[in-house]
Write a protein that binds this ligand. Sequence first.
Ligand code: S3P
Length: 181
Amino acid sequence: MPLSDIKNVVLIGPMAAGKSSVGKLLAALLNIDFIDTDKAIEEACGIDISRIFEFEGEAGFRKRETAVIRNLIGIENHIIATGGGTILALENRKILLKLGAIVYLRVTLEQILERTSKSRHRPLLEHSNQRLTVEKLLVEREPIYSQMADVTIHPDCHQRIQKTPYDIMKALAHCNLDRCE
Ligand code: S3P
């Protein structure tokens, strides 16, 4: 399917996979709009994600996340970057799959740990053994990312991030996207 026929491109994958940075670049290259669902959640309630977790816990955050995902129904011509756990809820998965092509940015445990080691805005990693937590998240989530993905991209840790959007475009142009018609 030509890229121009794809309604939207949805980026999924674990935290620190580069979904937001790559999504912005891809949107700029294709000259279409970009939505970051984490940012949309923050804008909707006026506080950052760490604060939402602090005040409402993960359950409260997930409800807000699903509200933002519901708001995406019907949109076209967007690159959408999701949060690492957006795919956990069945309702979110169904909506995302209908939105367009799903691109999984697959990174290794070591890449995630390296990139999150200095991060201060990832509430799931606070007050915990980061390696164990990320390992547990990957065990639970990797099968879901893989199952949803129309294409899987492995952003090489040595490669410049600028190359990843081109890898995505090439992969989308060559994969079967009948599911998205
Ligand atoms: C989360 C990932 C975060 C954010 C929230 C929960 C997760 O997004 O949605 O902290 O459950 O993995 P990123 O994947 O953009 O870091």
